[in-house]
Design a protein around this ligand. Structure first.
Ligand code: FCB
Length: 425
């Protein structure tokens, strides 16, 4: 029986600190100052300096996998300058994981960029792909003998919507057509990254981590609610996986957006990463310009999201139709109540194993996140971690109840796996 990956996920910028990138530039310029929210980065969770201590926590948790990303701005502070020193530290980190039998899952792009990238070769420009590949090449050259599991992009649609649709992330455009051009380039970059990694590591496994939302129509009897729901679901959840099958990126949300572009993806993906958090309700709105509503009906977490564990099962079932193995690359909750976080974990895992028992090929689960961290537009007030970070007191780490609860769940499920093997043989 194949081993199941039990892990936790992080991203470089959200935890590391000591970084200058497009997000810190925006913060300095006061550009995140909107809707009353003013996230302050202030060295994230200081992981760049405290990683050894954090990896002790991974060992204590007894996970066998760890998903993290490499900070592009740190590796390539200027277009033609690479920092070997930074790569050396990542190398020490990766080696430490391997020495402890923790499989590294490396994300190459998780929302952030060197500042120069948006000026010189932003994602909506043709140069972006080659420029990104230079960075990937550098990483690949150093780590090809150590990293088997690669995630090219984290939530490409979420990022392009924030950076090019809503203008909340750098570079801050508000243009759906340019957004789609950027997304098409990102997918093309994925395809090239895939070829590049495969040509250098034959037993590599390469995926994309997409965000998935369960969309539910408000009124079952109302055809227009159904139409709205289907349009949004197709755009948000299926457009990218579909493009891998059809070699066409197609978006159709009348009257807001119409886009079609051929991209030679040829189903070049070894697994679909699922980032799953919540459900939204959808409703038709009588409006010529924007006939949609979507909203949280039962806000329950500190980020105002609904807790809907069954949704994980629904998304897994949907994605299984694409015929690739699945990995839950993120699932988690921002809350200060540990009873709720424990229940969240237990219930989501129950639905995950329901899918596995039905024969769906899910190969791993990564809780978001190991540590409390910087949550993009919300800042540090939203705590997703299994480990509490005391921002007021030297970034002290204190494992929460859910840390030990997750550790026990892993042990219990592993026992079940082993028993299953015994009865099968
Ligand atoms: C996901 C992001 C991740 C984290 C979680 C809460 O959309 O990939 O970085 O912020 O949300």
């Amino acid at each position: 029986m194949r081993k199941f990956f039990w892990g936790v996920a992080t991203s470089s910028f959200q935890i590391e600190g000591n970084i200058e990138n497009d997000f810190t530039k925006w913060e300095l310029e006061g550009k995140f100052n909107r809707n009353g929210l003013n996230p302050v980065y202030d060295n994230g969770a200081n992981h760049w300096l405290m990683w050894e201590q954090d990896f002790e926590l991974l060992k204590l948790l007894e996970v066998n996998a760890y998903r993290f990303s490499i900070e592009w701005a740190r590796i390539q502070p200027e277009p033609k300058t690479f920092s070997e020193k930074a790569i050396d530290q990542y190398e020490r980190m990766i080696d430490t994981l391997l020495e402890n039998s923790i499989e590294p899952f490396l994300t190459l792009h998780h929302f952030t960029h060197p500042v120069w990238f948006h000026d010189k070769s932003p994602w909506h420009s043709d140069e972006s792909i080659e420029v990104f590949l230079e960075f990937v090449n550098k990483i690949l050259n150093r780590f090809r003998d150590r990293i088997k599991y690669w995630i090219s992009f984290n939530e490409p649609l979420v990022w392009t919507m924030a950076a090019y649709g809503e203008g909340n992330f750098p570079p801050g455009y508000k243009d759906l057509n340019i957004m789609m051009i950027a997304l098409a380039n990102i997918l093309e970059a994925h395809s090239k990254v895939y070829d590049l990694i495969k040509s250098s590591i034959s037993n590599s496994t390469i995926g994309i981590a997409n965000n998935f939302i369960v969309f539910k129509k408000e009124r079952d009897w109302f055809l227009l609610d159904r139409a709205v729901r289907n349009k949004i679901h197709k755009f948000y959840n299926l457009m990218i996986p579909d493009a891998f099958i059809t070699n066409k990126l197609i978006a159709s949300i009348p009257p807001l957006l119409k886009f079609e572009k051929e991209i030679k993806l040829d189903n070049k993906i070894d697994f679909w990463g699922i980032n799953y958090y919540y459900r939204l309700f959808t409703k038709f709105k009588l409006s010529l310009t924007n006939p949609f509503y979507f909203y949280t009906k039962h806000p329950e977490t500190d980020t105002g999201w609904e807790i809907y564990p069954k949704g994980l099962y629904k998304i897994i079932k949907k994605l299984s139709k694409y015929g690739k193995p699945l990995i839950i690359t993120e699932n988690g909750i921002a809350i200060n109540n540990e009873e709720i976080r424990k229940k969240f974990l237990k219930k989501h895992l129950k639905y995950l194993f329901k899918a596995i028992n039905k024969g769906i090929d899910v190969r791993g689960y990564f809780y978001w996140s190991l540590l409390d961290n910087y949550e993009w537009l919300f800042g540090k007030s939203k705590r997703f971690g299994l480990v509490f970070v005391d921002y007021e007191k030297d970034f002290n780490r204190i494992p929460k109840e859910s840390f030990y609860f997750y550790k026990n769940l892993i042990e219990t499920y592993n026992k079940k796996f082993n028993e299953q093997i015994l009865t099968e043989s």
